[in-house]
Design a protein around this ligand. Structure first.
Ligand code: GRF
Length: 182
């Protein structure tokens, strides 16, 4: 069973739902995130863990981990989750993240805009295991997305998302099948 972490509109969560993956629960750091409505529509339990409600990032992560565990999560998938996870959380679960660049190029919060500003010919998608760093950790999949003349952040993001929606569910499926476990 998968516990999903979200902060945004949740198109990657929707891809996990649409592929029929076993979702235990969806947690967010952002009240009102669009992703929460998608989970509710799909009948998946949700909860919000805003940082400001806790003493520290670690106590927030421990509460979130306990809630995910209660719901049966064994793998955590970060589907547009915009906070770092603390070691205390990562000791409890293996975690997978999707990032819209060919890491280690363009880590951080504006990778699409950064790739366009850098004038590179291609960017892409990385699905990777999460460690304590910013968009670091062992890579599971990478796929190139060419940048076209005249691309805007919106047009490029649309093509990047199409790739994300294919690669993230596939990585989660592989993990649950045992293929990615050592
Ligand atoms: C995705 O591009 C993901 O790679 C990044 O945040 C975005 C989330 O989009 N980490 P969504 O909320 O899944 O639509």
């Amino acid at each position: 069973m998968i516990g999903v972490l979200v902060s945004g509109r949740g198109s990657n969560l929707q891809a996990l739902i649409d592929k029929g993956l076993p979702l235990a629960a969806v947690a967010s750091n952002v009240a009102g995130a669009g992703a929460l409505a998608r989970a509710e529509t799909a009948g998946v339990p949700t909860a919000v863990f805003p940082l400001e409600d806790f003493e520290s990032r670690e106590t927030r992560d421990l509460a979130m981990a306990a809630w995910l565990e209660e719901h049966g999560a064994e793998l955590v998938v970060c589907a547009g989750y915009m906070h770092l996870l603390t070691p205390a959380f990562l000791e409890r679960f293996p975690a997978i993240n999707v990032h819209p660049s060919l890491l280690p190029a363009f880590p951080g919060t504006t990778p699409i805009e950064d790739a366009l500003a850098a004038g590179v010919a291609e960017t892409g998608v990385t699905v990777h295991f999460v460690d304590e760093g910013v968009d670091s950790g062992p890579v599971i999949f990478q796929e190139v997305v060419p940048i076209r003349p005249g691309d805007t952040p919106e047009s490029l993001r649309k093509r990047v998302h199409e790739v994300e929606h294919r690669l993230l569910p596939e990585a989660a499926r592989l993990y649950l099948s045992g293929a990615l476990r050592s």
